[in-house]
Write a protein that binds this ligand. Structure first.
Ligand code: AN7
Length: 368
């Protein structure tokens, strides 16, 4: 490739729209707003595979390495590109943090305004910082995410405002590309797909992606979809709206998911399950993944790993891996980067007292 050709290719979008254009609601006249999202690592974990046993293979799809640190970017590139095509002046979203971080960044890239409606005091510090640094208008409400989304649904009816929550089908369309990537790499769909469940858009999107690839012959199998909610915010598990959801995993602190019905249908059609994981199990899984595989995810991101552990050993698990077919392939999607939410773990970090700047003292402090 000549230097000029290389540069001009770089100037084109390198994100999921470019890669999966034929499966997405875009045309040649859609202005593509991309930050190079997607193509995230699918990491084989020998240690998680050993935990499951029976010759199973476990892979971790690390969505925390997207441009704004979460899977939301896959949907945002499509939603924002389409919003610009339709002439929107301002993006608006409700968020538990990651949607607002992503919307703010893509709005900046596109050169339009962005308003984010957030539950006051319940957004992880890094995510709030992202919305701020990208120049979004930040409105904190005295209420939770479900209240914020109710308001956004109303405001979104105004002209020139584009809602970029996952109630916008363009978001779901973009997010299904994660399933495409998994099938493209594995050569087929996995037997099991584990995901955290919050507003339930992502599980809905994965299922749409797996079904689409299956429908056009790119995969032979369809996975069972296993969704995991935080114990204090588990409306789908309990089959009832939770008025006051609570969990340390603030990203999935949602009591009335927008894609509830779609996710329920995906779980049922795929012969999957929904289960819950406690805050303690979530944090244990977060630290385990960081210490054993070098992958640092935010608490909500660890819900699928906590779910995997539960399926391996807990007596009260909705689905047990004890009788899992031998050689099954399992994909756990981790959805957001750990650096977004430092406060959750900082409380547990041991404080270190400084020692003298002296080789001997350092050796002694190391216990060597
Ligand atoms: C890290 O940002 O809902 O079930 O407003 O940030 O598709 O909602 C975030 C959700 C999982 C749940 N993991 O996904 C928001 C928001 C992380 C998240 C979920 C979210 P969905």
């Amino acid at each position: 490739m000549s230097m000029n050709a290389a540069i001009s290719s770089l100037k084109q979008s390198r994100g999921v729209i470019e890669r999966y254009r034929e499966f997405l609601p875009v045309s040649d006249s859609t202005p593509i707003v991309s930050l190079g999202e997607g193509t995230t690592p699918l990491v084989y974990s020998a240690k998680l595979s050993a935990r499951v046993g029976r010759g199973c293979e476990v892979f971790v799809k690390n969505e925390g390495v997207n441009p704004t640190g979460s899977f939301k970017d896959r949907g945002m590139t499509v939603a924002v590109s389409k919003a610009i095509e339709r002439g929107a002046r301002m993006l608006i979203c409700a968020s538990t943090g990651n949607t607002s971080a992503s919307a703010a960044a893509y709005a900046a890239r596109a050169g339009i305004e962005c308003a984010v409606i957030l539950p006051a005091g319940k957004i992880a510090r890094g995510k709030l910082l992202q919305a701020f640094v990208h120049g979004a208008k930040i409105i904190a409400i005295d209420g939770n995410f479900d209240d914020a989304l109710r308001i956004v649904r109303k405001l979104g009816q105004r002209e020139n405002l584009a809602i970029v929550n996952s109630i916008n089908p363009d978001r779901i369309a973009g997010q299904k590309t994660a399933a495409f990537e998994i099938v493209d790499l594995l050569g087929d769909a996995p037997h099991f797909q584990l995901l955290p469940l919050g507003n339930a858009g992502n599980l809905t999107a994965y299922w749409a992606g797996y079904r689409e690839y299956h429908g056009n012959g790119r995969s032979k199998k369809l996975p069972a979809m296993l969704g995991f909610q935080a114990a204090g915010a588990a409306p789908i598990f309990h089959d009832k709206i939770i008025e006051r959801p609570e969990t340390i995993a603030s990203a999935i602190r949602i009591g009335n998911p927008a894609s509830w019905k779609q996710a329920r249908a995906a779980i049922d059609q795929s012969k999957g399950i929904v289960d819950l994981v406690t805050d303690e199990e979530i944090i244990d899984a977060q630290i385990w993944l960081a210490r054993h595989e070098g992958i640092f995810v935010e608490p909500a991101g660890a819900a699928a790993i906590a779910g995997l552990f539960k399926c391996c050993s807990a007596k009260d698990a909705v689905y047990s891996f004890k009788k899992i077919p031998k050689g099954s392939r399992i994909v756990c999607t981790v959805t957001g980067h750990g650096l977004k939410d430092p406060d959750v773990l900082t409380a547990r970090m041991e404080t270190t007292t400084p020692v003298a700047a002296d080789e001997e003292r350092v050796l002694r402090a190391l216990g060597l």
